[in-house]
Design a binder for this molecule. Structure first.
Ligand code: JFZ
Length: 472
């Protein structure tokens, strides 16, 4: 009897497993789900705006808003979660939170200083939070009172910001949260007709604000959408499709991240058939694709990264988690570029408009490195070689050289290189010492070794590799 019971359960289990297998392998059998509101384009974009996005490779993310005032502390208690989520951690009623606008007065805001810092760091683009989840707008918006115009500061922050960065030759992108804790018509879920009615109003509000941003700041290159994970937005695949289409029509060249979109079946970032929506994959948040995941090079993508474990907006206390060092951040940047992606590094300015000392130091150190080795970053991508333990290869779009950025020197000081069939090394030299060639040894038929002389360094460094076809 017991035997029978178990086997019956097993059979049910097996049937379930088989059904599951069939479902997940349907796409393999060429079963395609009909998607009307998927990607606008199924190929990588080839226009100059997108080409520029690709050459930039390194960007500065800025999270700035009312959350910089409490900086993670509420009624004497420090909350270790992300500072911009404080109203959730401390269960702060929105009326109470919203009144922070009367304390917002960044009298020391000097965007020219910010832009210079970003420039010296080597950033080629910047993405700033125009409106985060709390709904507060850094620009004077016609469509809400919850904006910078209704603060003691009473000045547009975005106009001087856009001017200062543009002046430094840095492309400006706008982060915009769809999710809005302030707006009375925002709904997480649509449960009734009245929710539906409210959400329709909310959709118009969203469209109006985006149009307004494009009109007021025509220099902007793209939007970085966020806060799109709730059921209400996922139910509106057709709307996000039409909105993306519309924004691109009124602002040719506009670049939009994948986080904006859902298809009509509620599938986000990628549609129900796995095709990327938006112009680049922006799901790599505080993480990078695995170094072996070379399939990622088929799409454009960007990783966004915090300096501490998980703080975007200004938080008073950075000591509760690991704070990444400049070398660690440079490694993440190179790792991204080696897989054909961009790297967006976050800064959380203080409420008075200044940037914390730790961030300034990190930006400066990264900048010193970039000044010397930026060649291995800008306009570079995947080199098509197998990754080795010493670091990462990157390859510029133009020319045949390959860069090796070295993070780990083996004890024997010999760096292994496995070349594709028919290729051999013509020359290898340190990027900062082009006149002195490094010795090349053969390890076996496929593998060569680049000999490093005594190089004691506290920073990663770059070797240039010149390849040539083997004579047969
Ligand atoms: C979102 C925001 O909630 C956060 O405050 C910050 O602005 C960040 C850049 O974006 O946070 C997310 C979004 C997506 C994931 C995790 C955190 N995710 O996909 O795992």
């Amino acid at each position: 009897m017991i035997f029978l019971k178990i086997s019956l359960r097993n059979i049910i289990y097996m049937i379930k497993a088989i059904i599951f297998q069939i479902i997940i392998s349907l796409p393999l059998f060429g079963q395609v789900i009909t998607v009307k509101y998927g990607p606008l384009l199924t190929e990588k974009r080839t226009d100059t705006a997108m080409e520029k996005w690709r050459t930039n490779r390194f960007g500065q993310f800025i999270h700035w808003g009312l959350y910089a005032i409490p900086g993670g502390e509420w009624e004497g208690k420090i909350y270790t979660g992300a500072a911009e989520w404080l109203p959730v951690w401390a269960a702060i009623p929105s009326a109470h939170w919203d009144s922070l606008q009367y304390d917002f007065n960044p009298s020391r805001f000097d965007p020219k200083k910010w832009a210079k810092m970003a420039k010296h760091m080597g950033a080629r683009y910047v993405t700033i939070t125009t409106k985060h989840h709390d709904g507060f707008c850094l620009w004077p918006s016609k469509f809400t009172e919850f904006d910078v115009e209704s603060t003691p500061y009473n000045n547009d922050l975005l106009r001087p910001f856009v001017d200062a960065y543009t002046e430094e030759g840095i492309d400006v992108y706008f982060y915009y949260s769809i999710l809005d804790w302030h707006h009375p018509n925002w709904r997480k879920e649509i449960k009734s007709d009245s929710d539906q009615f409210a959400f329709e109003q909310f959709k118009s509000f969203t469209k109006n604000q985006l149009e307004e941003l494009l009109k007021l700041y025509p220099e902007v290159k793209g939007f970085w959408f966020d806060g799109t994970w709730d059921q209400s937005w996922k139910l509106n695949g057709q709307f996000s499709y039409e909105l993306e289409n519309y924004l691109k029509k009124i602002h040719p060249g506009l670049i939009v991240n994948s986080r904006m979109r859902a298809d009509e079946h509620g599938s986000r970032h990628r549609d129900s058939n796995g095709r990327l929506m938006g112009d680049y994959e922006s799901g790599y948040e505080r993480r990078l694709p695995d170094t072996g995941d070379t399939a990622i090079i088929q799409v454009d993508w960007e990783s966004c990264m915090t300096i501490p474990e998980n703080q975007w907006g200004f938080h008073k206390d950075w000591t509760t988690s690991h704070v990444k060092s400049p070398n660690e951040l440079i490694e993440m940047l190179i790792h991204s570029v080696s897989l054909g992606g961009n790297f967006l590094l976050n800064f959380g300015p203080k409420a008075d408009g200044t940037i914390r000392r730790e961030e300034k130091r990190i930006a400066k150190e990264i900048g010193q490195w970039m000044e010397k080795y930026g060649e291995a970053v800008y306009n570079c991508g995947h080199a098509g070689l197998d990754k080795q333990d010493w670091g990462y290869y990157t390859k510029p779009k133009v020319g045949d050289n390959i860069y090796m950025t070295v993070f780990n020197i083996p004890i024997n000081k010999k760096l292994k290189i496995r070349l594709p069939k028919g290729e051999q090394i013509n020359k290898a030299y340190l990027l900062d010492r082009p006149n002195r060639s490094l010795e090349i040894q053969s390890y076996n038929k496929e593998i060569s070794l680049v000999q490093i002389k005594t190089r004691s360094t506290s920073h990663p460094f770059v070797i240039v590799l010149e390849l040539k076809r083997k004579e047969s």
